[in-house]
Design a protein around this ligand. Structure first.
Ligand SMILES: O=C(O)CCC(=O)C(=O)O
Ligand SMILES: [Fe+2]
Length: 208
């Protein structure tokens, strides 16, 4: 295991979240952003939904992003490269934490100006399959005042923010999907990211 990944997993274990600004090569971040923007221009994004599966629907005042799911056997070079890296990470997470993670679901997300995502947990009640959240931010020119910060809240006191971070290009974040309430503040510039969840269920058994 490389040293930076080792450190990242140790932090995830001790504090429930971990961040790195240099583990992903800047040129890969750049290509991922370009690929995401191209897919957006081609109309491949759709409004995100909240809650379990489809029944709850769209609530842009709660969750304002549009998303584009990554297909594991897609032919997009940058996201394929990133997914291959996340697969190695999944193996390491399993070795380190015995989590039995079986796959990663991941999408591009684009928040338009004025949009955010109200405080929530990623693991839905009664659906314990999402274990670890992964985020990679894709905004090279982010300035203070552009908003869109991610707020992290205490697990046992969800009113208490313990950390706030800007969605800077190349910033990778991991956190426990069952533990950390979080919120995306409204942004004043379009905000790009990749968001994913390492899961314990088998994609072949999921409803399509
Ligand atoms: O983009 C972020 O900073 C967080 C997004 C998020 O919380 C989610 O998609 O569940
Ligand atoms: Fe979330």
């Amino acid at each position: 295991m490389t040293q930076p990944l080792d450190t990242l997993l140790d932090l995830l274990e001790t504090q429930g979240w971990a961040m790195s600004d240099d583990i992903i090569p800047p040129e890969l971040t750049h290509r991922l952003r370009t690929e995401g923007m191209q897919r957006w221009q081609q109309g491949e994004f759709h409004a995100a939904r909240i809650g379990r599966q489809q029944q709850e629907g769209r609530h842009p005042e709660i969750r304002g992003d549009t998303i584009c799911w990554l297909d594991h056997d897609n032919r997009q070079p940058a996201s394929s490269e990133f997914l291959a890296w996340t697969d190695e990470l999944r193996t390491l997470l399993n070795r380190h934490f015995y989590l039995g993670l079986r796959h990663l679901e991941m999408h591009y997300a684009r928040y338009d100006s004025g949009m955010g995502y109200a405080r929530h947990m990623d693991q839905h009640r009664g659906m314990p399959y999402r274990m670890i959240t992964i985020l990679l931010y894709l905004n090279p020119d982010w300035q203070p005042g552009d908003g869109g910060e991610l707020r992290l809240f205490e697990a046992d006191d969800p009113e208490r923010e313990f950390h706030r971070l800007e969605p800077l290009a190349g910033r990778l974040l991991l956190f426990r999907s069952d533990l950390i309430p979080h919120e995306v503040l409204p942004c004043t510039q379009p905000r790009w990211s990749l968001t994913g969840w390492f899961r314990t269920d088998d994609p072949a058994l999921l409803p399509t």
